[in-house]
Design a protein around this ligand. Structure first.
Ligand SMILES: [Zn+2]
Length: 450
């Protein structure tokens, strides 16, 4: 019965309290990491009776959980070999394995696929195509198709030659196309060079990376359909989805997780104040994550905007701005959000009109921090850089910080990560900010539907 409660898709606040209480007790009884750290911190289980007591639990990071191997964070009554798992990477580059039971994985997949089905207008049958899927190197599989009650899920491997990926996409004829923005962009560029292939899904869903305005425009033009963005991670699955009527807002998936936004003193941020995203997984008892610091930054909104017609009492946040390590750190301690850089790119184009041929040709951009105050902005385009772009950027940067300077360039390729994903902000200041850190192969950064 306890298991059924935590795997129910619509939880009332009373049920959420009961599920949370049960999760805390399971973690304390069965997980060595929590037994040890909670005992050390003097936590008394009797003090945790509902979600409002969550602040009494200590925060936990990926590196804390990695320190003593996976048996330290796994339910003592369960064998790692019998669980399914997903992999993400730690700050040190070490792989972080998230274990769960098959039933827990099924719930997580249901939550994601149901949301896509809802956002696409309940098409039947639905063909859900996952682009840029990860398959092991030794795998001979290039395409993986599975049936589900409302249609089928097809995975296209990113290890296949791009022409084969396009062919598979054409044959699959997706109702919903999903993937990381950078993987979808690779497909779009290949599609633009493949005459005769037109892909027309009902909906494109991006997840696994921050969706930048350039990419959203590119995807919506190419596929001629709405583009929506989900906040999902390997640790939780679907954390939040874009409000259908208010794209600047995301609603938190309270059926799978609790979300907090905390300041540097580990206190709850006031609505509107930016902070670190901390999540509690409500359905995974195999490897519980309670008050887990994700490393993303976002803002809690005081209430849903009047344009939102979703079910009431949904918690609302701004779309995450990126990971903490994506922030540009200046020598006086100022941290510049990647969102500010997005705004500068947008301002530079808006000042001249988005229809200017240069901005029409831009496919992406990257920011390299070469010294504490010098940035290099790389625009991915075949077009020559007009002078006004650089002038506009210099002006904008000085408003952000008077010491900031930049050099702007047009380039034909950006700097990739090992995983094939692209890091937006690259800092050359010290190893802690090196682009090679924390960018190991991310098995299924955007592959929840596997
Ligand atoms: Zn809404």
């Amino acid at each position: 019965m306890r298991q059924i409660k935590r795997l129910l898709p619509r939880k009332t606040s009373r049920l959420t309290d009961a599920v949370f209480r049960d999760l805390v007790r399971t973690a304390y009884r069965t997980i060595p990491y929590y037994q040890r750290t909670w005992t050390r911190s003097g936590l008394k289980l009797a003090e945790i009776s509902s979600v409002k007591d969550i602040h009494r639990l200590p925060l936990v990071t990926k590196d804390d959980l990695l320190a003593r191997g996976h048996s330290d964070r796994l339910h003592q009554g369960k064998s790692a070999k019998r669980q399914v798992y997903r992999v993400t990477s730690g700050m040190t580059g070490a792989n972080f394995i998230i274990f769960m039971s098959k039933l827990e994985l099924a719930f997580r997949q249901f939550s994601l696929v149901y949301r896509m089905w809802h956002d696409a207008g309940y098409p039947y049958p639905m063909t859900l195509v996952q682009a840029g899927s990860w398959f092991p190197l030794e795998s001979k599989i290039s395409l993986n198709s599975r049936r589900m009650p409302i249609g089928r899920v097809i995975h296209i491997s990113r290890r296949q030659p791009i022409a084969e990926q396009i062919r598979a996409l054409d044959v699959a004829n997706p109702t919903v196309l999903t993937g990381c923005p950078s993987m979808l962009e690779i497909l779009v560029r290949a599609l633009q060079q493949t005459p005769g292939v037109t892909i027309r899904p009902k909906l494109v869903v991006t997840r696994g990376e921050v969706l930048r305005p350039f990419t959203r425009t590119l995807l919506s033009k190419t596929f001629a359909c709405p583009v929506t963005n989900y906040y999902s991670t390997e640790e939780i699955g679907l954390i939040a989805w874009q409000c259908p009527s208010t794209p600047s807002v995301m609603h938190v998936n309270r059926d799978t997780c609790l979300l907090e936004i905390l300041d540097e003193g580990e206190e709850a941020c006031a609505p509107g104040q930016e902070g670190d995203v901390v999540v509690t997984n409500l359905f995974n008892h195999t490897m519980p994550l309670l008050r887990y610091v994700l490393g993303d930054r976002s803002v809690l909104l005081p209430e849903a905007p009047s344009t939102c017609h979703c079910r009431p009492a949904l918690q609302s946040i701004r779309a995450p701005f990126g990971r903490s390590e994506d922030f540009i750190q200046l020598s006086d301690g100022t941290r510049v959000s990647p969102r500010i850089l997005d705004d500068l790119v947008h301002d530079a184009s808006a000042a001249q009109g988005m229809d200017h041929p240069f901005f029409q040709s831009v496919r992406d951009y990257q920011v390299i921090q070469e010294s504490p105050t010098n940035l290099r902005i790389l625009y991915l385009t075949d077009h020559a850089l007009p002078d006004f772009v650089s002038d506009q950027f210099q002006l904008g940067l000085r408003v952000v910080h008077p010491d900031l300077r930049c050099e702007v360039q047009s380039v034909s390729a950006l700097i990739p990560e090992k995983s094939g994903k692209r890091k937006r902000i690259i800092s050359h200041l010290g190893a802690a900010c090196s682009p090679s850190i924390g960018t190991g192969e991310k098995q299924s950064a955007c592959l929840d539907a596997e």
